[in-house]
Design a protein around this ligand. Structure first.
Ligand SMILES: [Zn+2]
Length: 280
């Protein structure tokens, strides 16, 4: 059997002496695991096309339950991402998460479109990298069945941002994706702040612009989800919150995410050393 399909390469692993096995994300069939013989050899015409994060038109053949790639033509290679270690790491994180939340033989049109849009945005607007990452995380949570309910306080039904004064727009309960106004939160009995195993529930205090940004991200139509701006402080909180929300609900840690955080720490210490030198 042979077939033609468009797929994003979300994982690549070496196999045998010279071969590779790829995980492809497709709209029609979800994830497909497919081998390519000799793909590690530079002489092999497939080797240039079959790279991580490439979106390709592929010819696949199946024999005794094994799928192999016989032809591959690149549709989009997001080459800008490969020029910067941090952009590359964030792109790989998008692929690692997509791999985690999709299944074989289960259509993944939404997740494929969402990942491709996020990679494209990352490649073309690197200055907004952490906003793009936050939007990717929150919308992935929504696609995976963990959409938070941020319309109103879960106890009294008030609109939170509408009634709460000043810098406080209520409290986001990360654990169940619900919102509490400050009044209802302050009246919670102590035991409601803990899980049964004694660890504290994850609650995140929201500012009005942070609540607005979250409401926008989960409700914006496809293609418009990045059409908002935040100040630096809100952007930083948004990035922290969306990462925490996704990893809490998927109950997973990601190698690429650990690497991104290590790169960020290194960059922050390099920046602060440079500032000290400038101030001397
Ligand atoms: Zn309330």
């Amino acid at each position: 059997m042979t077939s033609s399909v468009n797929g994003l390469i979300i994982r690549a692993a070496d196999y045998g002496e010279n071969h590779r096995i790829f995980t492809l994300l497709t709209a029609e069939y979800g994830k497909i695991s497919a081998g390519a013989y000799g793909a590690r050899s530079l002489k092999n015409p497939l080797s240039a096309s079959l790279q991580m994060m490439n979106y390709c038109e592929l010819h696949l053949s199946e024999k005794r339950g094994r799928v192999t790639i016989s032809e591959a033509a690149v549709i989009e290679d997001f080459r800008e991402l490969r020029l910067d270690a941090l952009s590359m790491a964030v792109g790989q994180y998008f692929c690692e998460v997509s791999d985690d939340v999709t299944l074989e033989n289960e259509p993944a049109e939404n997740m494929l479109r969402h990942t491709l849009n996020s990679l494209w945005a990352l490649a073309h607007d690197p200055l907004r990298m952490f906003q793009i990452k936050a939007v990717f995380e929150m919308r992935t949570a929504c696609i995976s069945g963990f959409m938070p309910d941020l319309v109103a306080c879960r106890k009294c039904g008030c609109g939170c941002g509408d009634n709460d004064a000043g810098q406080n727009a209520g409290i986001f309960d990360i654990s169940d994706g619900s919102l509490l106004c400050s009044d209802c939160h302050s009246r919670l009995p102590v035991e409601a702040l803990y899980y049964e195993n004694g660890t504290m529930r994850r609650m995140f205090r929201l500012s009005p612009p942070l609540l607005s940004a979250l409401r926008y991200i989960i409700s914006a139509p496809d293609g418009k989800q990045l059409a908002f701006r935040t100040d630096d402080e809100t952007g930083k909180m948004l990035s922290e919150l969306c990462e925490l929300y996704l990893t809490t609900h998927l109950e997973h840690s990601y190698k690429s995410l650990n690497f991104i955080n290590r790169l960020q720490t290194l960059k922050a210490s390099a920046d602060s050393a440079q500032n000290e030198d400038t101030n001397k």
